[in-house]
Design a protein around this ligand. Structure first.
Ligand code: HEC
Length: 150
């Protein structure tokens, strides 16, 4: 019994650390230690993904940007960007959901989430992944450009 509890504790610790770890390994060089991005080059994730998720299309866009990448002009927190976000389709559905939930909660974002927000699930990522044909990074960028965020 004690071993079982030990394993459960270990498992939940591993899960809790997974988000920051996936972020450090895949995202930090561009989006920064504090999700601040770099003005003109890499959009911020702090106080920004929370704005996206408030829009009707924002949740799907967050998932698609990771699965398929994105490219094209966008505005984020008052600045213009026109870069290339690489696709992270090589990550599992679980990993994509985990890192998205991390960036939606880190850096004080948890306090900016709408009350009705629910964590992104691996099942949502799986159904977005299985669309055919898959959107190109340009299409993800075009759809994003139509979402109005500050
Ligand atoms: C090589 C640099 C780079 C890496 C690595 C990178 N991104 Fe991005 N990301 C970008 C750029 C550039 C954009 C904006 C693309 C554009 O201008 O269309 C972007 C856009 C995004 C967006 C959408 C923002 C919006 O307003 O539509 C999200 C969410 C995001 N990145 C999250 C992540 C996460 C999570 C990771 C790690 C798994 C990651 N990025 C890794 C460069 C990067």
């Amino acid at each position: 019994m004690r071993i079982l509890f030990g394993l459960l504790t270990l498992f939940s610790l591993v899960l809790a650390q997974a988000g920051p770890q996936i972020y450090q390994q895949n995202c930090v060089f561009c989006h920064g230690e504090n999700g601040q991005g770099r003005v003109g080059a890499f959009p911020p994730l702090a106080a920004h993904t929370t704005e996206l998720v408030k829009t009707p299309e924002g949740r799907a866009h967050l998932i698609n940007s990771l699965l398929f990448g994105m490219q094209g002009p966008i505005r984020a927190r008052g600045n213009n960007y026109n870069g290339v976000m690489p696709a992270f389709g090589q990550l599992t559905d679980e990993q994509i959901a985990t890192v998205l939930n991390h960036i939606l909660n880190a850096w004080g974002n948890d306090r900016l989430l709408p009350r009705e927000h629910r964590p992104i699930s691996a099942a949502e990522v799986a159904s977005a992944r299985n669309v055919s044909p898959r959107p190109t990074p340009q299409q993800v960028g075009n759809n994003r450009a139509r979402i109005n965020v500050p």
